[in-house]
Design a protein around this ligand. Structure first.
Ligand code: ZN
Length: 296
């Protein structure tokens, strides 16, 4: 592989980093350092109503306290609207994106059978709006797959989870590129940003693994490269749910950043509690053995 390794950590400024987000941050940093690559930080503030004022600065301070300093400038999705608009325009010109006039209620009622799964968009507006006002923009997944001779089921290899697959049409449907509230959809933003930043390796939490197939379909549609993926283990709270800002995970305790890093390293299966100030170097040595030996 001749390309320069470029990885990223992409937090949403909806709150402070917690023990779970530090695992993804540490893993992506270790992977970049071990490859002799670049480690970018991207602030995923595309969903502006959910962002908390001051959280971005606080997250960057938390990372710095843990010795995780980004290479190069920090990218912010809130400043990337022009790039997302250009990408949507390319898809519209290809006939691969269409406006959708459905309300959430209409989509859910069309899916009354599958009550316990997330509503799969049934493609109602694919052939036209039938007089409804346009609300969102969606990707015509079948049109992309047939035009580019892509298989119905998207396959990829995850460096930790192994062979993965998803049939995006059947399991997700034509997903949103621009939301009804005018905000850019997460999937489009991530795919465009990963390409702009030259990301070769995505290392992120396993809760995002099921976004990968959608992102690969979008990369194909936009003619962009597909990075390698590694999804890291999640930290579960006492209730067995993944730690998240939404379920009240506490912010990292930075009174002892080495202890916090040591815990994150253990979640990654790396040595427990080495000499405190050596957490990063020891974790890096172990990471080299465990992950780099498995992959090319
Ligand atoms: Zn629709």
């Amino acid at each position: 592989m001749s390309e320069v390794y470029t990885g990223r950590f992409a937090p949403s400024p909806t709150g402070l980093l917690h023990d779970g987000s530090l695992v993804a941050a540490l893993a992506s940093w270790l992977d970049a350092r071990t490859h002799g690559g670049q480690w970018r930080v991207r602030i995923e503030d595309v969903d502006t109503p959910r962002c908390v004022p001051g959280a971005e600065q606080a997250i960057l301070q938390q990372l710095a306290a843990c010795g995780l300093a980004p290479d190069g400038p920090v990218m912010r999705q809130s400043q990337r609207g022009d790039a997302y608009a250009a990408a949507l325009q390319r898809l519209v010109e290809k006939g691969w994106a269409y406006p959708c006039g459905c309300t959430r209620k209409e989509i859910e009622s069309a899916q009354a059978v599958a009550r316990h799964s997330a509503a799969v968009y049934p493609g109602t507006c694919r052939e036209g709006l039938n007089g409804k006002p346009a609300r969102a923009w969606r990707l015509n997944v079948l049109a992309v797959q047939s035009a580019l001779s892509l298989p119905d089921t998207t396959h990829w290899h995850d460096r930790r989870l192994g062979a993965q697959q998803q049939n995006v049409c059947a399991e997700v449907g034509d997903f949103v590129l621009r939301r009804a509230d005018g905000l850019w959809a997460y999937q489009l933003a991530v795919v465009v940003d990963d390409a702009t930043q030259g990301i070769t390796h995505v290392v992120r939490g396993q809760d995002l693994a099921d976004n990968t197939a959608r992102q690969i379909v979008l990369q194909r549609a936009l003619g962009l490269p597909t990075p390698q993926y590694l999804h890291t283990p999640l930290v579960l709270g006492a209730d067995g749910e993944k730690l998240s800002k939404q379920n009240g995970a506490l912010a990292l305790d930075l009174s002892d950043p080495w202890a916090a890093l040591g815990q994150a390293a253990q979640v990654l299966g790396l040595p427990a509690q080495p000499a405190q100030h050596q957490v990063l170097t020891q974790a890096q040595a172990a990471w080299t053995r465990q992950f780099l030996s498995r992959i090319s």
